[in-house]
Design a protein around this ligand. Structure first.
Ligand SMILES: [Zn+2]
Length: 274
């Protein structure tokens, strides 16, 4: 357990707005991770579905405790696994659990232009079909956006969603951040800007309005600089928060409070506010 995290966060509440705690990486010690998260003030975690066959696992984990909420979606990186009927099945999942407090978003969906093998037209089709579902069920979309900000921004402008969501692991420019702000989207920040060599991103993070930021880990991916080896974990969120607060020249408590407030607004949570 991180004494530093406990000392810094006495009384502060944190939300991990994006992780994959259902992944097998956590099978050996998931309950230990959870216990440490609770001790450190990480009060809620949003579990993201990435392909059809992991939705049940994500849903079961989400219902195993008060700590979780979940989203269902078809992630662009797993394009080869998705089938047309999976979009129809996603609609059934959303319809079946509509209004359930554990269902908080549609995701992880989006466009990935970094991996060359992922057909862009196919991705766009899948992305739009799922944005239409977010619109239909009035859920915020949680977006994976890699080297594809222009296409995502243009798509979102056409959709005019009733509920805006989160650009997860935001690594774009200040201008792109401004475009997302106009669309009502929040920006998810995690391990990437904690690395000293991420100069460009750290400058952007320093300038973002606090109202735009939500914290996340993307565990088990995107390890932060202070825990560089092995898997990332939601228990590192207090350390990530402290590092990002230092970049911005605010206290970790201020950043934690802003992120929690913003996340509650995105997901419509009343129980954690106050
Ligand atoms: Zn993710």
């Amino acid at each position: 357990m991180s004494d530093r995290g406990e000392a810094v966060y006495a009384g502060a509440m944190l939300i991990d707005t994006h992780n994959h705690l259902d992944f097998p990486d956590f099978d050996a010690d998931r309950s230990g991770v959870l216990a440490r998260c609770r001790a450190l003030g990480v009060r809620r975690q949003v579990l993201l579905g990435v392909f059809r066959d992991n939705w049940q696992r994500v849903w079961d984990l989400a219902n195993s405790g008060d700590d979780f909420c979940t989203a269902f979606g078809l992630h662009p990186v797993y394009l080869a696994q998705h089938r047309d009927e999976h979009v129809a099945e996603l609609r059934q999942w959303l319809a079946r659990h509509a209004g359930h407090p554990k269902l908080c978003a549609v995701g992880e969906i989006g466009l990935d232009y970094f991996v060359p093998e992922l057909d862009r037209d196919e991705q766009q089709r899948l992305f739009e079909a799922q944005l239409a579902l977010a619109q239909e069920f009035e859920l915020p979309p949680l977006l994976h956006v890699r080297r594809s900000h222009a296409a995502v921004i243009a798509t979102l402008k056409r959709f005019r969603l009733k509920r805006a969501g989160i650009i997860h692991a935001f690594a774009g420019s200040a201008e792109e951040a401004k475009e997302y702000r106009k669309l009502g989207f929040r920006l998810g920040l995690g391990g990437a800007p904690t690395w000293p060599q991420a100069n460009r991103l750290r400058k952007v993070v320093a300038q973002l309005p606090l109202e735009d930021i939500v914290l996340e880990t993307d565990s088990p991916d995107m390890a932060p600089a202070m825990h560089p080896y092995g898997r990332n974990s939601p228990e590192f969120l207090p350390d990530i928060c402290a590092a990002l607060a230092a970049i911005r020249g605010v206290t970790p408590e201020e950043l934690a409070a802003a992120s929690t407030r913003n996340a509650c607004e995105v997901f419509g949570w009343k129980d954690l506010q106050g």
